[in-house]
Design a protein around this ligand. Structure first.
Ligand SMILES: [Zn+2]
Length: 422
């Protein structure tokens, strides 16, 4: 099948523009996307008509928040009502190569992988092993296409079967691994148990590992202990949207790619939050196949808008902070257990903690209860530093700190309890 003309071609020059110049170009592109989706995706037309919005009302990026967020639950319902794609497929079915299913269940038509994130000296004449699943979900085939576009010869290993993976990587002299950090760690462990020496018996030089929280300690271990360079850093992609953001060579957060618009919104209203606040990641892909305008990922993050040391001016997502369903909103700020865990992990004395949110009058109050392994040397300074770290990470202060006797906080209890009654 001949490649169709790309209505929204990838343009990497957008990454280096002044934010105001990029916003202008993205706004023009957005107007075209909205008009296109309105005319070609009946599900989108229905959402716009239902909210009383005309395609012409969306003139720039800040108008996007007028359109109601499309939630995963909405898409599941719409796909049942208008199978298989809920009225969001904007091209004839015959023009798509693959259909995937992700949990929900949700069906996704194939879209192209527009940009790679690998160094240019990699690819031709080298063998890559792709351990993402090729069945049902999109990751395996999408990454396969990206690797082949870069010149790699790909072994489509898929997930699991660690012994076979060890054999393939050794016998084929695979130089490039793609998969999760923990799966690479498991393969290395199995190879060592079998008596192989990773540095001597294998040709593994590079790994592109992502898809898990907290992969950095493993990346460091691969590099230091086994001489495996981790490229590409973190990638943020979802089955519904495809790639959204990826880290650059400076590893200071994940740059939002220019084939999508990312907003950080208040999950309860769908309105944009000011830069720096934590909220739900809502994504609008420039995708003529499946224009899921304002798709709510349910993931929490924040946008960093300062120019990166790498020179790109595109906004960055420092990391995904958890699911919006686990977060509790306190005085207009989302506090997620992952944020509070991070703060508490900096204070060795704290063995357990619990946060309780109440609303005695018209103000949210936050109580932080901790159990301590040992008494800090300077209690006053310690408390002050805890307050400061907490506010830095969670953007909101706790009102009261209580030190409890050991055993008062249940070991498997919830870390944030919402006791507010409205
Ligand atoms: Zn950068």
């Amino acid at each position: 099948m001949a490649e169709k003309a790309d209505l929204f071609p990838h343009d990497s020059s957008l990454e280096l523009l002044l934010p105001s110049e990029r916003d202008e170009k993205m706004s023009a592109k957005l107007q075209r996307l909205i008009a296109y989706a309105y005319g070609n995706a009946p599900g989108f037309k229905q959402r716009m008509d239902g909210a009383g919005i005309k395609a012409g009302d969306i003139k720039g990026l800040s108008d996007l928040q007028k359109i109601p967020v499309l939630r995963k639950d909405d898409l599941i319902r719409l796909q049942k009502e208008m199978p298989p794609f809920g009225g969001y497929l904007a091209v004839p079915l015959g023009e798509i190569d693959h259909i995937y299913q992700s949990p929900g269940p949700i069906y996704d038509p194939q879209r192209r992988m527009k940009q790679g994130t690998l160094p240019p000296d990699l690819g031709k004449g080298q063998i890559a092993v792709n351990t993402w699943s090729y069945h049902v979900t999109p990751a395996g085939l999408l990454i396969d296409r990206m690797l082949r576009a870069m010149g790699f010869t790909v072994f489509p290993a898929g997930t699991g079967n660690t012994d076979l993976q060890v054999q393939i990587m050794r016998e084929l002299k695979v130089s490039y691994f793609v998969g999760t950090p923990s799966f690479l760690a498991a393969i290395i462990k199995r190879a060592e148990e079998t008596g192989w020496d990773i540095k001597k018996d294998f040709n593994l030089k590079y790994a592109q590992v992502f898809g898990e929280m907290g992969g950095d300690p493993l990346r460091k271990m691969f590099a230091e202990k086994y001489g495996i360079t981790c490229v590409g850093g973190d990638n943020y992609m979802t089955a519904d949207i495809g790639p959204i953001a990826s880290s650059c060579e400076k590893n200071s957060g994940m740059h939002v790619n220019t084939d999508v618009i990312v907003e950080i919104v208040d999950p309860s209203t769908g309105r944009d939050l000011p830069a720096g606040e934590v909220g739900e990641v809502v994504v609008t892909p420039f995708d003529e196949v499946y224009p899921l305008v304002r798709f709510g990922t349910g993931d929490l993050s924040t946008l960093v808008t300062e120019t990166c040391a790498c020179g790109r001016t595109t906004p960055r997502l420092p990391k995904i902070m958890g699911r919006s369903g686990d977060a509790v909103r306190v005085r207009a700020m989302f506090v997620h257990p992952r944020q509070s865990d991070e703060v508490v992990s900096k204070f060795r004395e704290i063995t357990r903690y619990q946060i309780t949110v109440t609303r005695p009058a018209d103000r949210d109050e936050m109580l932080l209860q901790v159990e301590l392994a040992s008494e800090p040397a300077d209690r006053g300074a310690w408390e002050e530093s805890l307050r400061k770290e907490f506010q830095n990470a969670c953007k909101v202060r706790f009102d009261t700190l209580e030190v409890l006797r050991a055993g008062s906080i249940p070991p498997d209890g919830k870390r944030i309890i919402d006791r507010r009654v409205y």
